[in-house]
Design a protein around this ligand. Structure first.
Ligand SMILES: Nc1ncnc2c1ncn2[C@@H]1O[C@H](COP(=O)(O)OP(=O)(O)O)[C@@H](O)[C@H]1O
Length: 190
């Protein structure tokens, strides 16, 4: 089973993706995590994307599609795509890559939330990390957050119509408690 999680930054994609890895044995593919790893390991690509990410803009399709292609080439099946695709070009590329492997997408789950909650969640996440002496993401500040939200509405939200047209879209209430959201997703997938 291959599942896509859609929703703006702070909607809870990462949290629900982790739950799905535990409950269904799916492998989480988070392009955000892959890009942060590349940054931390100081690769050429990591250095190039650091600035773009800190601003809250999207990294080029070429780079993220390349990262996903590499992961899929390593084999296995049953993926949960978290933060990918984020543009129509990425969605088309994912469809083709899975097609080549004789696989498909089973569902695109949209986590529905409103912007005020997102800002509170992300600012809260940064404050918690700071208080615990943990590193704070360079893009968890008010200005980058505005850019991230804008990128979502402009570039990623068209994917809702894209997957709806394919009959794959399912929406859940992302404002509910974590366990309730997980239960709603589980019910949709069964
Ligand atoms: N599929 C993608 N396409 C382009 N850029 C991406 C993609 N995934 C992640 N990024 C980059 O990484 C940043 C962080 O993404 P992510 O960890 O998914 O966090 P969030 O969903 O909270 O914004 C994005 O703002 C963007 O710069």
């Amino acid at each position: 089973m291959n599942i896509i999680l859609l929703g703006p930054p702070g909607a809870g994609k990462g949290t629900q993706a982790r739950i799905l890895t535990e409950t269904r044995g799916l492998v989480q593919l988070s392009t955000g995590d892959m890009l942060r790893e590349a940054q931390a390991s100081g690769t050429e690509m990591g250095k190039r994307v650091a600035e773009v990410m800190a601003k809250g803009e999207l990294v080029t399709d070429e780079i993220v599609i390349g990262l996903i292609r590499e992961k899929l080439a390593q084999g296995g099946q049953g993926f949960i795509f978290d933060g990918f695709p984020r543009t129509l070009a990425q969605a088309d590329a994912l469809g083709r890559l899975l097609d080549e492997l004789g696989q498909g997408i089973d569902a695109a789950i949209e986590l529905r939330v409103n912007d005020e909650v997102l800002v509170d969640r992300i600012v809260g996440r940064a404050e918690q990390a700071r208080a615990a002496g943990q590193p704070v993401r360079a893009d968890d500040n008010a200005e980058s957050l505005r850019t991230r939200l804008m990128a979502y509405y402009k570039q990623t939200s068209p994917l809702i119509g894209y997957y709806h047209a394919k009959g794959l879209l399912k929406a859940v209430d992302g404002l509910a408690e974590i366990d309730a959201v997980a239960a709603e997703i589980a019910a949709l997938l069964d």
